[in-house]
Ligand binder design. Structure first.
Ligand code: ZN
Ligand code: ZN
Length: 378
């Protein structure tokens, strides 16, 4: 069946202005609109023809292509092809290249977004405690994401009336060109969002997108020994793709909260332990907490000073992908007592009376040197 000339379809002259086209289109569209002609197949066909004709002629560039090449401009995935080969090449796009290529340079380079689009990746942050980083954790994340629409099983089409067709606005190119002054600019086709295809009978729930926005609950395994700033990739758990396209990935950025008593450097755990000065002087066995949640006994020898370190082998952080553990380093801080009771004070005064010249070699040495210094000068 030969196609009617677009100008004839709209009943306008070939030199009709944009306004004339619009007026003619409106009048005919009102007349043949399916709502006004329920069940009338002829009116429906006519209505489609009118729309197809107007869709081409209202667009300056499509109209120019049509004037030059006739219906051939839109064959092979053109406006009237309705369900032509998926992503049909050639047609008006090729003609656009030919006509405007010189202005555009290499406008088509790079993905032009046609065809079903893979889902976007999702990035999300997860803050965990240092003890969870030590032991590893299965964290539950709530991720806002696009998932396949249940109503249409992700097809984007209303049930039973499936199928997509080449986008009539861009002829499947995914991009449209518009004249701005002397320049022709190219932008993503707003009708099909660059897909090159439009859904013939869009799903009422997702409006043809095939995906809907949801908050999803996801379990992510964070391995023991994870470092602050680690990025965990969970393949296929990103946003759902377009119909038939793969989902994106989920990237979880792990941040580790500072711990009140432990610091970590790779597999080593540091802990500063304050001791009573008597414990440091007399020696003691002290129980210190470890990162695994247990307590461990540390022998503090008599005469321990502030800053002295003790290494506890195998009591440090878990090593990623291994059963090994690093070491724990404890650093002692000797605390001078404050707010003494009367009894403590008496005992310390007695202790002090006994201490002149005994038991504090650094102290003695310092003041001996100071004395020499002054006497030497005097
Ligand atoms: Zn849907
Ligand atoms: Zn389009």
């Amino acid at each position: 069946m030969a196609k009617q000339d677009y100008y004839a379809t709209l009943g306008v002259a070939r030199e009709a202005s944009g306004d004339d086209l619009k007026k003619a289109y409106r009048k005919l569209a009102m007349q043949y609109h399916p709502d006004r002609n329920p069940g009338d197949k002829q009116a429906e066909a006519k209505f489609k023809e009118i729309n197809e004709a107007y869709d081409v002629l209202k667009d300056e560039q499509k109209r120019a292509a049509y004037d030059r090449y006739g219906h051939a401009a839109f064959e092979n995935g053109g406006a009237g092809a309705g369900g032509g080969r998926f992503g049909g090449g050639g047609g008006v796009r090729a003609i656009f290249e030919q006509m405007f290529g010189d202005f555009m340079g290499n406008g088509r380079r790079g993905g032009n977004g046609r065809g079903p689009r893979a889902g976007n990746d999702i990035r999300t942050a997860l803050e965990i405690s240092l003890t969870d980083a030590f032991a590893g954790i299965k964290a539950t994340l709530r991720v806002p994401t696009r998932v396949a629409c249940e109503a249409c099983s992700g097809s984007g089409s209303e049930k039973g009336q499936g199928g997509s067709e080449t986008c009539a606005s861009c002829q499947g190119a995914g991009k449209v060109r518009a004249q701005q002054g002397f320049f022709i600019i190219e932008r993503t086709c707003p009708t099909c969002n660059g897909q090159g295809r439009t859904i013939r009978n869009p799903c009422r729930i997702c409006h043809g997108a095939g995906t809907v926005q949801r908050e999803r609950s996801l379990q992510v395994s964070v391995p023991a020994g994870v470092e602050d700033g680690t990025r965990i990739r969970v393949a296929g758990e990103g946003e759902a793709g377009g119909p038939g396209a793969p989902a994106g990935d989920l990237y979880v950025h792990v941040a580790i909260k500072p711990h009140p008593i432990f610091q970590r450097d790779a597999a080593t755990v540091f802990c500063r332990v304050p001791l009573r000065f008597t414990q440091a002087a007399l020696g003691d066995d002290v129980e210190v907490p470890t990162i695994d949640g247990s307590m461990t006994r540390v022998k503090i020898p008599a005469g321990t000073q502030t800053g002295d370190q003790f290494r506890l082998r195998g009591k440090g952080f878990s090593v990623l992908r291994s059963a090994q553990r690093g070491d724990m380093l404890i650093q002692v801080q000797v605390e001078t007592p404050q707010n003494l009771t009367r009894k403590q004070r008496e005992l310390l005064e007695e202790f002090e009376a006994e201490s002149k010249g005994k038991g504090s070699p650094e102290h003695e040495g310092f003041f001996a040197k100071a004395k020499e210094f002054f006497q030497g000068r005097g």
